[in-house]
Design a protein around this ligand. Structure first.
Ligand code: FAD
Length: 289
């Protein structure tokens, strides 16, 4: 089923993101993650993609998406990046996805890495989106940035670029993680004013240790509200307390988002079924209302 259809059920969609095992592990380790997640009944599970270099997973993303679909009977969303791929390489990926009956693709540009020369067949995610649309019958999702993409000069040009992605065929958007719901609400307002009417899911990452926060903030530049910083400082050095506080913080964000009528919540699970379970248990009675 095309993921955008899931939003017609009149309740917030709840979805998960997982990533392929490190190259040093076998693909089988993903079963531990999926065994811990499937009975939480996510509406879909997305699988990240890494093209070339370290952690390359050209076919692994498709293999895992196929496992999600065939063994766990959950709709998969396969991430696909384009900046380091030629058209030929993207075509091979699309063929593989089609052969495995994977219908949903999260079309991404990917990060420009200082050590890798981009291939220049695709400059932006919108180019990949148009290319996939021409190729076959896929349902396409895209990424969006409540606190503005790090390469954008301003919020207005970022939204206008997002509009290009939607006009090219993205039927659903998933946001970068954020810790301040007001940033998401302002973004949502800008997007709707710009005529972007597709469902937009809020990306939520439960923070379970300080290292993870530092890494995430350096990668995506999410701003940290004072109450979040206070929480981190208070429980630094107490891993269990920090984990529980991080879960509670994510639950508070989700409750507020659902109360404000969000289309969906995309949980960055970090392959950690424990935190996903705690969160889903906490929102069990409100997610279907
Ligand atoms: P784009 O939409 O191309 O945007 C990139 C920049 O270009 C923005 O500043 C935008 O404003 C600008 N822009 C866009 N279109 C145009 C245009 N037509 N003309 C001029 N400027 C334009 N990375 C991975 O490597 N693997 C993953 O699996 C992965 N999954 C992700 C999932 C989510 C939900 C998110 C939010 C990000 C993910 N990323 C992943 C990271 C992503 O690849 C980076 O954030 C990347 O820098 C931008 O990707 P994009 O698809 O948003 O790019």
């Amino acid at each position: 089923m095309g993921i955008h259809h899931l939003f017609k059920k009149g309740r917030p969609v709840i979805s998960f993101e997982i990533f392929p095992p490190k190259q040093t592990s076998t693909i089988d380790t993903i079963y531990d993650t999926l065994d811990g997640l499937y009975d939480l009944k996510p509406d879909f599970i997305s699988v990240t993609y890494s093209a070339g270099g370290k952690g390359a997973s050209d076919h692994v993303t498709c293999d895992i998406a196929s496992i999600i679909q065939n063994k766990y009977h959950i709709t998969p969303l396969a991430h696909l990046t384009c900046v380091n791929s030629t058209k030929e390489e993207i075509l091979q990926n699309l063929k593989r996805l089609q052969e495995n009956q994977i219908e949903n693709i999260l079309a991404l540009r990917g990060d420009i890495r200082p050590d890798v020369e981009p291939k220049h067949d695709f400059e932006h995610a919108s180019d990949l989106t148009s290319f996939i649309k021409k190729y076959g019958d896929f349902s396409i999702s895209g990424a969006c940035y409540p606190e503005v993409h790090c390469e954008s000069n301003d919020a207005v040009s970022d939204i206008l670029n997002l509009r290009k992605k939607v006009d090219a065929g993205a039927e659903h958007l998933i946001s970068q993680l954020f810790f301040d719901n007001n940033a998401f609400y302002s973004f949502l307002e800008r997007a709707r004013i710009a005529g972007i009417s597709v469902p937009i899911e809020a990306g939520i990452m439960p923070v379970v240790n300080k290292k993870q926060i530092e890494r995430m903030v350096s990668l995506c530049g999410a701003s940290l509200p004072q109450k979040f910083v206070k929480m981190i400082n208070r429980y630094d050095g107490h891993p269990e307390a920090l984990r529980d506080a991080g879960i509670a913080y994510a639950v508070n964000q989700i409750v507020d988002l659902i109360a404000n009528g969000v289309d969906g919540i995309h949980l960055y699970t970090m392959n950690n079924p424990y935190t996903a379970r705690k969160i889903c248990e906490s929102i069990a009675s409100i997610r279907d209302i």
